[in-house]
Design a protein around this ligand. Structure first.
Ligand SMILES: [Zn+2]
Length: 257
């Protein structure tokens, strides 16, 4: 495996993979991934890197200088106004659809916008929650799902995650949501099931979040508010859950779906 400890060692992340790792990988990834999940990359890596580097140059030449003061004010500390937990999906960009900027959100992203219950699983999400609550002391947490979520589709069609052992493990953090759909809405149309599971998942993850002592105690003392949202990728609308009823209504107008 690659080691980055010595300055004299060449950094070569693409080829320093040992024989043992290759054997291990082929053992783990022995199943074929469901064909409906597979897609071809839109661009080759060199083209992707070139486009990203162009973006870096543009940021340095145009964006940073225009907001230098703001960036410099963030140099030594952060004081975000909210923790924002959303899916890893490339189309869900919280700072864009909330028109916020650097320093505003402490962000946690993962496939399905899950928050494992406290004690079930200690990983990045739990560490992020702890840091957000006890160090940054954010006054608000928003858990935000989105339309057309691949993970939600995988919950509805478990065969779609064949060949994805890590995803299968991870998706157990929403197993109750899946059961609820199968129990209460088995006759619903596919699009309706997908909408419902996306909303139920957000509500379930809000409950999971409250199982974390650092969250629970701050809610009890009135220091923290937790909200559940769904972002509609196609039309840009945000649907917020009513904290009492759990019903989702569009922010900025119109009644429920
Ligand atoms: Zn998603």
């Amino acid at each position: 495996m690659a080691s980055f400890t010595g300055l004299s060692q060449r950094y070569d992340p693409n080829t320093r993979i040992g024989k043992l790792s290759v054997l291990h990988c082929s053992a783990v990834l022995q199943q074929n991934v469901s064909s409906t999940w597979m897609m071809e990359p839109a661009v080759k890596s060199q083209e992707a890197l070139a486009r990203i580097v162009e973006g870096v140059k543009k940021f340095q030449a145009e964006v940073y200088p225009a907001q230098r003061e703001m960036f410099e004010s963030l140099k030594g500390r952060q004081q975000p106004m909210a923790m924002f937990i959303t899916c890893a999906d490339s189309r869900a960009v919280p700072n864009l659809f909330t028109q916020t900027g650097p320093g505003d959100f402490f962000v946690e992203r993962n496939p399905g916008n899950f928050v494992p219950r406290y004690g079930d699983f200690v990983g990045g999400v739990s560490a992020g929650v702890e840091y957000g609550m006890l160090v940054l002391k954010v006054p608000l947490v928003i858990i935000c799902g989105h339309t057309d979520c691949g993970v939600m589709k995988g919950l509805l069609h478990e065969e779609e995650v064949n060949g994805l052992p890590a995803m299968q493990q991870w998706m157990r953090h929403a197993s109750e949501v899946r059961q609820r759909i199968m129990r209460d809405h088995s006759d619903a149309a596919q699009a309706e099931k997908l909408r419902l599971i996306t909303e139920y998942n957000v509500l379930a993850q809000v409950e999971n979040l409250k199982s974390h002592p650092s969250v629970y105690t701050r809610i009890l003392s009135g220091e923290l508010d937790v909200r559940g949202w769904v972002y509609d990728i196609g039309d840009g609308s945000i649907w917020a859950a009513d904290p009492e009823s759990g019903k989702f209504a569009r922010i900025g107008g119109e009644s429920g779906h």
